[in-house]
Design a protein around this ligand. Structure first.
Ligand code: PMP
Length: 437
């Protein structure tokens, strides 16, 4: 299969219809940042300000953000900004001093996960959390085999890039990484739950044949880069059982679905009625402040903790803890998980009814405010048409992107305060654009 994710929705220098000022900025950017960076869209968007679900260009043009799960409680949320500024003006130290802030935050966070997972370790990025999880899993199991999905993304460190097939063929997979097909109906026509669990068991057999012992099955529990695979709820439980049977651990990567986005639950894995051995989290955790972490069962870290110390200079610093607490307060006080459930369902329903009039709209895969929408032509998923639609939406001031190994689905993942009026704007614009694409 050809993977296109490295180039999904990417700007090609010299194309598009940039203003002379923005053209100069793009060139300056390429000069300073070098060739590995990508800008979104055929004509990149220049942003200077954000508020709620809206992003603003220098001339004041407002864009509806349908893609941002970092500023998940809304761009520049005043309570989060205030907590950040207050703590930065009071004390900004790392975790090697006694300070209550980090413990208050840790305890609040742990109260949101199953009781069996009673430790949390803080990092700055999701990549670091997954990298740490891998080290801990190796120590706990004595194995080093890792199972990931075919088009997974788990991070930028050496180890996590080698288990991130979506980055591109130059870096993945590492020698102990065993990719399996993503849990879609197309990949497992006989049944996703049994098929995916069997794929895990078979990957363990392939490891055994090479003298490798399993350490970890790691999945993004909404399978975001694989194209969004939420259903049927519960399908992940047999896969978690399969890796444990082979002596490995199950890590729920909640960097994408965590913190209420899937609506019915706070974490993506909870839709599957299972208890992970470890949970990694990041992105929405700090609403833009670099805050991430790993929650785990105490017995898993006993061996690692006895032999190694853990210190992350910035991870869990006092400002990070204040920000993390403010984010949890906002999610609770503004009922954002409930909003994700109701507004997400309205958006998914709206897409499904639009599909009756527009053949371009194929399958809608949704959990709360996480939606994968296949774009097709004559019933066949169509990456080029998806790309045209993403760029047409951008030109109509709606920011969205694509996903999946071929880039044939819209990935709709707005900040959680998304409203019914925002849903109407998306559906009306799509209705208009689909007629001509
Ligand atoms: N896991 C998943 C599922 C992700 O989507 C990402 C980031 N896109 C990461 C891990 C890595 O997080 P970070 O970029 O904070 O290192």
């Amino acid at each position: 299969m050809t993977r296109q994710t490295t180039m999904l929705n990417a700007y090609t220098p010299g194309t598009g219809h940039l203003s002379p000022d923005d053209q100069a900025l793009a060139e300056r950017r390429a000069e300073a940042l070098g060739p590995a960076y990508r800008l979104f869209y055929e004509t990149p968007v220049h942003l200077v300000r954000g508020h709620g679900v809206t992003l603003y260009a220098p001339d004041g043009t407002a864009y509806l953000d349908c893609y941002n799960n970092v500023a998940s409680v809304g761009h520049c949320h005043p309570r989060v900004v205030e907590a950040m500024a207050r703590q930065a003006a009071t004390l900004a130290t790392h975790t090697r001093y006694l300070n209550e802030q980090i413990l208050t935050y840790a305890e609040r966070l742990l109260a949101l996960v199953p009781r069996d997972l009673s430790h949390v370790m803080f990092t700055c990025t999701g990549s670091e959390a997954n990298d740490l999880a891998l080290r801990i899993a190796r120590a706990a199991t004595g194995g080093n085999g890792i199972i990931v999905t075919d088009n997974a993304y788990h991070g930028v460190t050496l180890a996590t890039a080698e288990m991130s097939m979506s980055i591109g063929p130059a870096v993945a997979p590492g020698p102990t990484v065993f990719p399996i097909p993503a849990p879609s109906a197309a990949n497992y026509p006989q049944g996703i739950a049994a098929g995916f669990a069997q794929a895990v068991a078979q990957a363990c057999d392939r490891m055994a044949a090479q003298g490798i012992r399993p350490a970890l099955l790691i999945v993004d529990t909404i399978f975001s880069s694989d194209g969004v695979c939420p259903d049927p709820a519960g399908f992940l439980a047999p896969a978690a059982a399969a890796i444990r049977k082979a002596g490995g651990l199950f890590l729920a990567d909640e960097v994408q679905p965590g913190f209420g986005r899937t609506g019915s639950h706070f974490w993506g894995f909870q839709r599957h009625d299972l208890i992970p051995d470890m949970i990694s989290m990041g992105k929405p955790m700090g609403n833009g402040y670099p805050l991430a972490g790993l929650v785990l069962k105490p017995e898993i870290i006993a061996e690692f903790g006895a032999k190694s110390r853990y210190f992350n200079t910035f991870g869990g610093n006092a400002v990070a803890a204040a920000v993390g607490l403010a984010v949890l307060d906002v999610i609770r006080d503004e009922a954002l998980q409930q909003n994700a459930a109701t507004v997400g369902a309205a958006l998914a329903d709206g897409l499904r009814s639009l599909a009756r009039r527009h053949e371009a709209l194929g399958e809608t895969r949704a959990a709360g405010l996480f939606i994968g929408q296949t774009i097709q032509t004559n019933g066949t998923p169509d990456p080029a048409r998806t790309n045209r639609l993403v760029n047409a939406l951008r030109d109509n001031h709606i920011l969205i992107s694509s996903t999946g190994p071929q880039g044939d689905s819209l990935k709709i993942r707005p900040p959680l305060p998304f409203s019914q009026a925002n849903v109407d704007q998306v559906l009306t614009t799509l209705d208009r654009l689909l007629g001509s694409l």
